[in-house]
Design a protein around this ligand. Structure first.
Ligand SMILES: *[C@@H]1O[C@H](CO)[C@@H](O)[C@H](O)[C@H]1NC(C)=O
Ligand SMILES: *[C@@H]1O[C@H](CO)[C@@H](O)[C@H](O)[C@H]1NC(C)=O
Ligand SMILES: *[C@@H]1O[C@H](CO)[C@@H](O)[C@H](O)[C@H]1NC(C)=O
Ligand SMILES: *[C@@H]1O[C@H](CO)[C@@H](O)[C@H](O)[C@H]1NC(C)=O
Ligand SMILES: *[C@@H]1O[C@H](CO)[C@@H](O)[C@H](O)[C@H]1NC(C)=O
Ligand SMILES: *[C@@H]1O[C@H](CO)[C@@H](O)[C@H](O)[C@H]1NC(C)=O
Length: 299
């Protein structure tokens, strides 16, 4: 998703060791003038805290520790403002789309949240329409919507948002201190989930796409948290990056663990030994070493 150049606050906080990010994502699909679908998601780092039920707009919590972490009074207010916001948002965008003959269907995405740094300072980041660069940006310092593109439509939407008190109240509550305060509480409740460690499970197998090439595949799955190091050792030496080595991106599993694979192209019967080495936080200083061998597959 594109992030257009902007003054502070940034659209996405810089990732920072020991920092925690609370993020709200909204995706609204406008099927036609009378049919709209909004999906909402709250994330703490990569942990799904809750989501918006599609048609009722009630909030479903995904972790048992989220609801107790939220103060009851604030929560009711936020939830009500959220419903009003969603209604007005859909209405506003529909009205504009009709006036301007924007072809249906189309999708609008917004994100908002805050980040808490290890030094206990926090920073809110903007509400931003991710797919329409003209969507005004929110200045969270003084709750002011600023233009990111100076077009008639942008100016209209800016004026609308600025006049739109319920939204600005919600924003002020969320961004003044609430986001950082609640993030601190949520972090206390969510500590076990954030500190969860799952051991990687690695398997090595070979594929032969042609007679003169052997692809050694090291498949690593089931690990959490996300950072991991996977390398191939040839006769005990780490194989450097190069055209023979191909490591996939880290992909999520359904159970909030991750997987990836590293593929090394070799010449069959080249007389070398090959071992896949995995390092991960859950292993401590240990490494997982999985040798490839036709005769002794498990080394
Ligand atoms: C709008 O889309 C919905 C869902 O696709 C459909 O059921 C409905 O008939 C459509 N309405 C109009 C006016 O096109
Ligand atoms: C806290 O840490 C963040 C991230 O490193 C930094 O941007 C900010 O200036 C720090 N604030 C203070 C008061 O040290
Ligand atoms: C809000 O802050 C922005 C930048 O920080 C500034 O350009 C703008 O003039 C401020 N608006 C008000 C009403 O203070
Ligand atoms: C916002 O309020 C101002 C002042 O009351 C008004 O002139 C303007 O038309 C309003 N904008 C929208 C989009 O309603
Ligand atoms: C937000 O913070 C400002 C300055 O600290 C304060 O004047 C204002 O009352 C706060 N608003 C809310 C809704 O807490
Ligand atoms: C790496 O793997 C990807 C996905 O399987 C493939 O598209 C790409 O061609 C591979 N690159 C090399 C250098 O083998």
């Amino acid at each position: 998703t594109p992030c257009f150049p902007s003054p502070s606050p940034p659209c996405q906080p810089l990732s920072h060791e020991g920092a925690f990010t609370l993020r709200l994502l909204q995706t609204t699909t406008f099927q036609n003038t009378s049919f709209t679908d909004t999906e909402g998601l709250g994330l703490l780092e990569d942990i799904e805290l809750g989501f918006l039920e599609k048609h009722t707009w009630s909030i479903h919590f995904c972790q048992p520790w989220v609801r107790p972490a939220l103060p009851h009074a604030d929560w009711e207010t936020i939830h009500n403002l959220l419903k009003v916001y969603l209604q007005k948002f859909e209405h506003l965008i529909n009205e504009e789309a009709m006036q301007r003959d924007v072809p249906y269907p189309f999708v609008v995405q917004c994100t908002a949240g805050c980040v808490l740094y290890p030094n206990r300072t926090s920073q809110a980041f903007c509400i931003r329409g991710l797919q329409w660069p003209g969507f005004p940006q929110l200045d969270t310092e003084n709750v002011t919507w600023t233009l990111s593109q100076d077009t008639k439509l942008s100016r209209y939407v800016q004026s609308f948002l600025q006049n739109y008190t319920a939204l600005n109240e919600l924003v002020e509550i969320l961004f003044n201190d609430t986001c950082a305060d609640e993030l601190e509480v949520i972090l206390q409740y969510g500590k076990p989930a954030l500190e969860r460690q799952e051991l990687p499970v690695a398997t090595v197998f070979a594929r032969t796409p042609s007679l003169d090439q052997l692809l050694l595949v090291c498949h690593v799955t089931g690990f959490y948290p996300r950072p991991i190091s996977v390398a191939w050792l040839r006769d005990g030496q780490e194989v450097p990056p190069g055209p023979a080595l191909n490591t996939s991106t880290i992909l999520p599993n359904a159970d909030l663990t991750y997987q990836l694979r590293s593929v090394l192209a070799v010449v069959p019967h080249d007389g070398h030994s090959y071992v896949c080495r995995v390092r991960h936080q859950s292993l401590g200083t240990r490494s997982l070493l999985i040798p490839w061998g036709r005769c002794h597959p498990w080394g």
